[in-house]
Ligand binder design. Sequence first.
Ligand SMILES: CN(C)C(=N)NCCC[C@H](N)C(=O)O
Length: 401
Amino acid sequence: MTSFRLRTLTASVVAAAAVALIAIVVADLAYFVANQQNPQVFPVYSEYFLNATLLLFVFTAVFGLVGAFRRWYTALIAGVVSAVVAALVGTGLSALVAGIAFGDMIAPLLATLMGNNLIFVLAAVLASVLLAPRIHSRIAITEQQEVLRKKYVLVRRPAATLDEGIVTHIERENIDVDLAEEQWETYVAALTGGGWEPIEVPVADDLPDSVFVEDSVVMFGALAVLASPGAESREGEIASVEESVRALGLEVTRIEKPGTLDGGDVLKVGMTVFVGKGGRTNAEGIRQLRKILAPRGYSVVAVPVTKALHLKSTVTALPDGTVIGYRPLVDDPFVYDRFLEMPEPSGAHVVVLSDDTVLVSASAPESVRLIEGLGYRVIAVDISEFEKLEGCVTCLSVRVR
Ligand SMILES: CN(C)C(=N)NCCC[C@H](N)C(=O)O
C-alpha cells in the first residue's frame, strides 16, 4: 500500500471514529439530561447504541474511502445513509439477540427512528456534514503536499510500433525506433537529473503514439484531469495512465465525450490555463475543463490553434511566466501578457525543471542561446525521432505539479 493510500485510510478511519464517538456521546447525554441527570442511564444506553455505533464507524469509514467527504452534499448523503442503516441494523440485531422474531420487529424498528434512535441519527448526520469533511481534508491536504513535494513525472516508453504514429502537419519520415528508445532514455535521465522522479506508465506496443503521454492527462496540483483524445487511435492510452495516477493517490476526474481535449493543448501559466481549440480539442472539452477548474480558482482562456497540432506545438512558458513561441505558428500572440518570439519552431518548447532550469530540444540551438541569455540554465536533448511525429520535449512527460 502506498503512503498516500495509507493516509486516505487513516483519514477515513479517524473521521469515522469521530462521527461514531460523537453520535453515541450525544445520544447518551441526551438521555442523561432527559432522565433528571441520572448517571445510571449511561451503561443502559451505551449498550443500546453499541451495535449501531460500531456499524456507523464502519459505514462512515467506507464512505470516507470512496471520497464522500469531499463535497458537503455527498457528506450529507453518506451521513444519512450510514446513520439510518446503522441505527436500524444495530437495534435490530439487539432485538434478534433478545429473541424477538424478525417479522414482529419491522414496524417498531422503523419507529425508533422517530424515538430512541432520533438523537443518535441526528448527531451522526451533523457530525458527518460538519466535522468529517474537515478532519478528512486536513489529512488529505497533507497527502497532496506530499505528492507534490515528491516531484513525480509520468513518462511512457516508446511503443515498438512508434513509426506508425500519427502525422498531420508535416511530411512522414522514416523513424529509427532503436534510436528513439535511446533518445527517450536520455530524456528521462535529464528529468531525473533535474530532480524529478519518473513514474513509468506501462509501455503499450499497440498504441503507436502512447510515448506522448502529455496528451493523456493534465495535472493541477494533486488533481489529475484525464484527457479525451481528439484522435480515435489514441483513445486506448487513457486507461493505463488513469491506473498510474490513481496509484499515486491523486484525485482523478476526466473530460467526457462529446468533449475532446488533448493534454498538449493545455498550457498553465500561474492560475491562467490557456487551452488551444483546434484539431484535437473542441469547445465542449474546454467547457468541461473550465467547469472542473473554476471552483479551484483557475481561469481557462480558450485560444485558437489553426497552424499546428497542439497549442504547445506553438507556445510554452518560461519559469517567469513569459510565453515563448515561434511566431509563424502562433495564431494570436496578443492573448498572452508577455510574449517572446523564438527563432526556431522547436525553440518554442520548454519543460520547466525548476525556477532556473529548462529542458529544450537540441534542434533549436539559437533558441537555447537566447534562453541562456535570459539567465536560465538550459539542458538540451536530442529528440529527433519524436519530432518526426510532431512531438516535442513537453509531449514526452507530465510533471505532477
Ligand atoms: C505538444 N504536442 C505536440 C503534444 N503534446 N503531442 C504530440 C503528439 C504527436 C502525435 N503523433 C499525435 O499526432 O498525436
